[in-house]
Design a protein around this ligand. Structure first.
Ligand code: ATP
Length: 206
């Protein structure tokens, strides 16, 4: 089994941006957001359960899950939200752990926005935190998502504090500077971590 590096950070911190740099080095990524979509893809038993519960109206014309509609329903109804979470969370967690266990590379990067919030650090050999100042997080998430400032602030408030997240970090990449100015520095840090993780993985499997 691969050595597992959990990569986390708050909304808009730069997790995806930095994960891509590991991919370019040939590292396999297991991404919680992608797994969350896989478990409810067309033809899955979980999608069938969701249709059973909410009716065919929850599907798009292509018979795929209508995420916008589902979001709207659970946003307005805490009981339905609870039902959905109880269905999806264990399945997503199990599928992520399956994918991690099946991997035989030296190490994998496991990208999980809510790694700490969902108590998943226990499954990691190491935790890499992407750290940014809250005001930078806010402005980058706003620019990317085109949602309103209150929505982003609410999401940030529901995530762990920067201090708490950092207290779990074995490694930190600080991503405050604009990439245009700091890209080669970030790339260098990623390369150093890559070499460190390979060494740690070999040590563990000795
Ligand atoms: P989320 O958890 O919200 O999906 P994330 O942590 O994966 O976010 P990214 O999507 O990588 O974050 O980055 C958020 C936005 O900020 C993106 O539009 C990205 O292009 C931009 N960004 C990331 N890092 C920098 C940087 N150093 N300078 C400028 N823009 C950046």
């Amino acid at each position: 089994m691969a050595y597992i590096v959990g990569l986390t950070g708050g909304i808009g911190s730069g997790k995806s941006t930095i994960a891509v740099l590991f991919v370019e080095l040939g590292v396999k990524i297991i991404d919680a957001d992608i797994v969350a979509r896989e478990v409810v893809a067309k033809g899955t038993p979980l999608l069938a359960e969701i249709v059973n519960h909410f009716g065919e109206q929850i599907l798009t014309e292509q018979k795929e899950l209508d995420r916008a509609k589902l979001r709207q329903i659970v946003f307005n109804d805490p009981k339905q939200k609870e039902w959905l979470n109880q269905l999806l969370h264990p399945a997503i967690r199990q599928e992520m752990l399956n994918q991690l266990h099946q991997n035989n590379d030296d190490y994998v990067i496991w990208v999980v926005p809510l790694l700490i919030e969902n108590n998943l650090t226990e499954f990691c050999d190491r935790v890499l935190v992407i750290d940014v100042l809250p005001e930078i997080q806010l402005s980058r998430a706003l620019a990317r998502d085109k949602s309103n400032i209150e929505t982003i602030k609410n999401i940030m408030a529901a995530q762990v504090s920067r201090e708490k997240r950092l207290s779990y970090a074995d490694d930190i990449i600080e991503n405050n500077l604009p990439l245009a100015q700091n890209f080669s520095n970030i790339k260098e840090q990623v390369l150093e971590l890559h070499q460190k993780y390979i060494a740690l993985a070999l040590q563990k499997n000795k």
